[in-house]
Design a protein around this ligand. Structure first.
Ligand code: 13P
Length: 255
């Protein structure tokens, strides 16, 4: 069985003081038994990571530290970028690669996402590689073409055993921050297509083991139904992860 992974992507929200408060509140609300049912990763802004790491380490919390992005080079003249080496040094376990906001607002291409995925793996961290279609693409019937194209490009040159250990997040762009969620049947259909695509490019073992998250207006009220789908192994949560009470209920899988 694939253990669900619930990831809180705080995006550009919460300064390091606010981040510490949310983590402390979450620590109080999410217990060891909850973390046996689901892994939980927290993805603060870069400026908060060291503070969150300190709280996780000193209080021996069971949350995994995450980042929202990284560069693929280890060092050099890349003003404003953050090296995967720095993230690894901070104890980061999961790094989001190719979030739709990075692709749509900051021009990240499939090739850049592929480089990031490989760099994250090369530094012993786990990529959460995002994919998803716009509303226009969905209405034009090209959801699978877009999503599977992103998956194939993002996994190019990644070894099957590495694919098996990574996370793919299906986030329909029209469902992000809009309050609109894909129906669980629609989300399941796309996640199943992603798994079939992984089988084609990396084999049956990788397809069986890779964790596929759904993201897009996930809330405490819809997580149970989403996670109940065969090919949905967790959630990438934006807005609802900023509220410790709501996110704790998501981490408990709506129970
Ligand atoms: P929301 O949960 O706010 O829709 O955001 C989803 C997302 O983009 C997570 O990465």
């Amino acid at each position: 069985m694939r253990k669900p992974l619930i990831s809180g992507n705080w995006k550009m929200n919460l300064n390091h003081f606010e981040a510490i408060q949310v983590v402390q509140k979450l620590a109080y609300l999410v217990g060891k038994d909850d973390l046996e049912q689901a892994d939980v990763s927290l993805h603060p802004p870069f400026t908060d990571i060291r503070s969150v790491q300190t709280v996780i380490d000193s209080d021996r919390l069971g949350f995994a530290l995450g980042a929202q992005n990284c560069h693929w080079e280890e060092k050099g003249a890349f003003t404003g970028e953050v090296s995967p080496v720095f993230l690894q040094k901070l104890g980061v376990r999961y790094v989001i690669a190719g979030h739709s906001e990075r692709r749509e607002l900051f021009g990240e291409t499939d090739e850049m996402v592929n480089s990031k995925v490989k760099a994250v793996i090369a530094h012993a961290m786990t990529p959460i590689m995002c994919c998803g279609e716009t509303l226009a693409e969905r209405e034009a019937g090209s959801t699978e073409a877009k999503v599977l194209g992103q998956v194939r490009a993002g996994l190019a040159g990644v070894k099957p055993a590495q694919v098996a250990a990574m996370v793919i997040a299906y986030e329909p762009i029209w469902a992000i921050g809009t309050g609109r969620t894909a129906t669980s049947a629609d989300a399941q259909a796309v996640c199943a297509a992603i798994r079939t695509c992984v089988r084609e490019v990396a084999g049956a073992d990788a397809a069986h083991q890779v964790r596929i998250q759904y993201g897009g207006s996930v809330k405490a009220g819809n997580i149970a139904e989403l996670i109940g789908q065969d090919d949905i192994d967790g959630a990438l949560v934006g807005g609802a992860s900023l509220d410790a009470d709501e996110f704790a209920r998501i981490c408990k899988l709506g129970r």
